[in-house]
Design a protein around this ligand. Structure first.
Ligand code: KIV
Ligand code: ZN
Length: 531
């Protein structure tokens, strides 16, 4: 590579900003599984959470720092407000990481200063400078974000950036917090920073943006052309409100159109050198894992990872693709790992074959987890002749990533049909170990099952989303059910996979109820402490 040639740093914030999507709350095990997959994907930085906000967040950042933040692993980062206690919590949680980063922020737009912070510009300037220096006293790698930068007065923004870089910020991140800017405006903001902040060459310019107008990815690509070298993004574009810029879209745009972007990064126009460190073949798998864990479904027409992204419906397109793929395809599905779907195991495969294929797929399970997953594998292999990698992933995700297990489905039995009243009987094991059975009639078999479960669990809630997808093609495919339910103002998701979609529906519902039940237990404990 040419000496001046640069790469784009991919900063993944799925576990922090992504988790701020309603109902996308993840537990520590799920966060760890996602972080491991992000490391395999090749992201440069993982924003693992916001350590100060809760003991759960602190534990997740710390566990990821310890497990994924290895010598050759990514930088592990924690968000922190420009407040001493936040910065201390971030530094403490990041201690186990070989490469840690504190990301501290404070708003700089007048509207935030006046209504939210109730502080003057000079007060904010002083806090930003002082807190970056404080973060620097814990670690060398410090990122600073002037929140709502895109709506801030440029002159004030330049001043804040100059002072925070002087105080030790090694990355300055420019957020379009409310997703308001257009690509040319955002590009101009980055150019303005490059031209007007005297010490800007001592820091990397990063961008962060929300998708309220559907422009986040376009804004980032314009920012790259104007000097941004770090992109903050999430898998499947999940995040606060309309989400964040989608990692897979940014990476594939930089890959497919590298001849266009090469000159902006100091590469020869026809250079084949990758512009990011991402292993694009891991994209699809990462997208599925994040969707399964968060319960945030990927819309079928979503760029890169949507179910229709590589399928051609029109006869003219199909004809063209059969003659030459390039007539209607700008990238090969294999590039994102979509067709790496080998038939690997079957009914006669033993535990060793199962364990070693899982290892090749990147799953490192404890003996207990392996045993649980193997039982499920055998059960599915009895019903389904060929088990593919996608099936294996569904099995592992289903068995391993579902905790806390407070209620457990022991039995589901339904009777339904054109001339029958859909009736369900369910038996659940309760948190105290008791087995309770109840039955109900519904408008369909799933409704009947959910009513019967509700009679046992007895926590009123509203089902707001229910979806079934098949993992692979074929009549014997595993069906994945994802559901979201609302309790008061909170959303909880559940996911399960089974060759029987009624059983998967029951398990997904109970998984969501378990999350809800666990949240209620935490709330009750907090109230007990206060009382
Ligand atoms: O959107 C935003 O401004 C943020 C900051 C904390 C970087 O998420
Ligand atoms: Zn954000």
């Amino acid at each position: 590579m040419d000496n001046k040639a640069e790469k784009i740093i991919i900063f993944d914030t799925t576990l922090r900003d992504g988790e701020q999507s309603p109902g996308a709350k993840l537990n520590v095990e799920e966060k760890l599984a996602i972080a491991k997959q992000l490391a395999r994907l090749g992201v440069d930085v993982i924003e693992a959470g916001f350590a100060f906000t809760s003991p759960g967040d602190f534990a997740a950042v710390s566990k990821i720092a310890q497990t994924v933040g290895t010598e050759d692993g990514p930088i592990i980062c924690s968000l922190a407000r420009a407040i001493k206690a936040d910065i201390e919590a971030a530094a403490e949680a990041l201690k186990p990481a070989v490469k840690g980063r504190i990301h501290t922020f404070i708003s700089t737009s007048d509207i935030h200063l006046e209504y939210q912070l109730r502080k003057s510009r000079s007060e904010v300037l002083a806090i930003a400078e002082e807190m970056v220096a404080y973060a620097k006293s814990f670690m060398a790698d410090v990122e600073f974000s002037p929140m709502d930068a895109a709506r801030s007065d440029p002159e004030f923004l330049y001043q804040v950036l100059e002072k925070t870089i002087a105080a030790g910020a090694t990355t300055v991140n420019i957020p379009d917090t409310v997703g308001y800017t257009t690509p040319s405006e955002f590009g101009a903001i980055i150019k303005g920073i490059k031209d007007n902040v005297p010490n800007i060459d001592q820091a990397i310019i990063s961008v962060h943006g929300h998708n309220d107008l559907g422009l986040a990815v376009a804004n980032f690509l314009e920012a790259v052309k104007n000097g941004a070298r770090q992109l903050e993004c999430t898998i499947n574009g999940i995040g606060e409100r309309a989400g964040n810029a989608a990692l897979e879209e940014l990476v594939m745009a930089l890959h497919v159109r590298r001849q266009y972007f090469n000159p902006f990064l100091g590469h020869a126009v026809d250079s084949e050198e990758p512009l990011t460190n991402i292993d694009t073949k891991q994209i699809y798998k990462t997208s599925r894992l994040v969707s399964n864990c968060t319960g945030m479904l990927v819309q079928p027409n979503k760029a890169i990872v949507g179910a229709n992204a590589f399928s051609h419906e029109s006869g003219i397109h199909q004809d063209g693709v059969l003659k030459n793929k390039l007539t209607y395809e700008i990238m090969d599905a294999q590039l994102i790992g979509l067709t790496d779907n080998q038939i690997v195991l079957g009914k006669l495969s033993g535990r060793n074959a199962f364990r070693s294929r899982l290892k090749e797929l990147g799953f490192e399970l404890s003996d207990t987890e392996l045993n649980k997953a193997f039982v499920k594998f055998k059960d599915i292999a009895d019903k389904k002749k060929e088990i593919t990698d996608w099936d294996l992933e569904a099995i592992v995700n289903d068995e391993i990533l579902q905790s806390p297990e407070l209620f457990r489905v022991e039995l589901v039995q339904v009777s339904a049909g054109s001339n029958a009243k859909p009736t369900a009987t369910v038996t659940l094991r309760t948190p105290s170990g008791e087995e309770l059975t109840d039955a109900a009639i519904g408008t369909g078999p799933v409704d009947a099952v959910y009513r019967a479960i509700n009679r046992v669990v007895n926590v009123p809630n509203q089902l707001i989303e229910f979806s079934v997808q098949s993992v692979t093609a074929g009549i014997d495919a595993i069906g994945e059910v994802t559901i979201r339910l609302r309790y008061e103002d909170r959303v909880f998701s559940g996911h399960a996979a089974n060759t029987d979609i009624i059983v998967a529906s029951a398990q997904a519902y109970v998984n969501a109820l378990n999350r809800l039940y666990a949240a209620l237990q935490v709330k009750a404990k907090q109230e007990e402490v206060i009382a």
